[in-house]
Write a protein that binds this ligand. Structure first.
Ligand SMILES: NC(=O)c1ccc[n+]([C@@H]2O[C@H](COP(=O)([O-])OP(=O)(O)OC[C@H]3O[C@@H](n4cnc5c(N)ncnc54)[C@H](O)[C@@H]3O)[C@@H](O)[C@H]2O)c1
Length: 323
């Protein structure tokens, strides 16, 4: 029976992953390590993991990944087969103003997990990276071999550092590592700081939504269920060191995204434009041929369908009192 240690498991993507892993017969134990970081309401994170707490396969440790000694005890007790490392400070724009915190969690935290995964001979270390590593310099659609030396914010730089650090653990200790560069995740339990969530909240509250620039910037929005499937496939197929893009591969402009959101809600937005942030990239666009070849993975949920599911979830869970 496998034990999967998921860092950041109380967050958006992590809790969707755990919900799915709990259904797998081959997974005997799921260990969630999360410090319930207050960057957004920790009550949402507690709500995310609440249904899992009664499952005997599930164990939660409220632990900071910067604390190597505490992590060492968890590894000693739990002996994980796989590590899926999602815990991170994950807001690009904020990282420009809080670089120390971003480097400490995203780089030192990753180093702690790599060290322990090496010591405990973990079968695959799945490092959750980001399309932010491509900055504005890669040629779209971004291939894994594209230019990643100039991310625009400390967040993207910390993800690039994590990938490179992980490589050294493969090189020196043969720790198998799969780095998944996720592109703009959305769906059930999404972070409240992200577009779609913020727009739905404002539209339902009849407040203006903020549109960055002229709304022409494009993003490759990827449904969280498709991301979860990619992580599970990476656990099965991981060997050696791989970097794989995980994106919908169909970028849309923010204007198109708003039209789809309005359609799913059956309500129109009042739009207030604001200048684009200089740390925000022009576009994200995934070349996913490698993920298809290595994992046999392709996205299955269209943006149109995913937004309908997500808006329903938001109405049922976060905005029950708003019409
Ligand atoms: N959401 C996206 O669009 C997206 C895109 C690319 C990459 N990613 C990456 O995916 C991962 C998950 O992102 P998410 O959107 O689910 O964010 P999230 O904030 O919902 O989840 C991250 C979790 O990590 C935890 N965490 C933060 N600091 C920690 C620490 N010091 N110790 C222990 N736990 C800590 C948080 O409490 C949170 O529950 C992150 O690594 C993020 O960089 C996300």
């Amino acid at each position: 029976m496998q034990t999967v240690l998921v860092t950041g498991g109380a967050g958006f993507i992590g809790s969707n992953l755990i919900e799915s892993l709990l259904k797998h017969r081959s997974v005997g134990r799921i260990v969630c390590v999360d410090n319930l970081d207050p960057f957004y309401n920790p009550a949402f994170k507690k709500e995310n993991i609440k249904p899992f707490l009664k499952n005997e396969k599930f164990k939660f440790y409220k632990t900071d990944i910067r604390n190597r000694a505490a992590l060492a005890k968890i590894f000693e007790n739990e002996k994980p087969t796989f590590v899926v490392h999602l815990a991170a400070k994950a807001n690009t724009r904020l990282s420009v103003n809080e670089p120390d915190e971003y480097q400490a969690v995203n780089i030192v935290g990753t180093l702690n997990l790599l060290e322990l995964s090496k010591d405990h001979k973990v079968k695959n270390f799945i490092f959750i990276s980001s399309s932010s590593v491509y900055g504005n310099s890669a040629v779209a659609p971004f291939a894994e071999s594209g230019f990643t030396d100039q991310p625009l914010a400390p967040y993207g730089a910390s993800k690039k550092a994590g990938e490179v650090l992980a490589y050294t653990y493969f090189h020196n200790f043969k720790l198998p590592v799969t780095c998944l560069r996720l592109f703009n995740a959305y769906g059930e339990r999404q972070r409240p700081d992200l577009v779609i969530y913020k727009w739905v909240e404002n539209i339902l509250k009849e407040q203006p939504i903020e549109m960055s620039g002229a709304g022409k910037r494009a993003r490759d929005f990827t449904y969280v269920g498709d991301i979860v499937r990619a992580i599970e496939l990476a656990m099965k197929h991981g060997k050696g060191y791989e970097i794989l893009n995980i994106g919908n591969s169909k970028p849309v402009s923010l204007i198109t995204l708003l039209a789809l959101t309005e359609k799913a809600l059956g309500k129109k937005a009042v739009v207030k434009t604001r200048p684009s942030h200089h740390a925000s990239v022009e576009s994200t666009s995934a070349d996913i041929r490698k993920a298809k070849k290595v994992l046999g993975w392709e996205p299955e949920v269209s943006l149109e369908e995913g937004i309908v599911r997500f808006v329903k979830w938001l109405r049922d869970n976060r905005f029950k009192d708003l019409i």
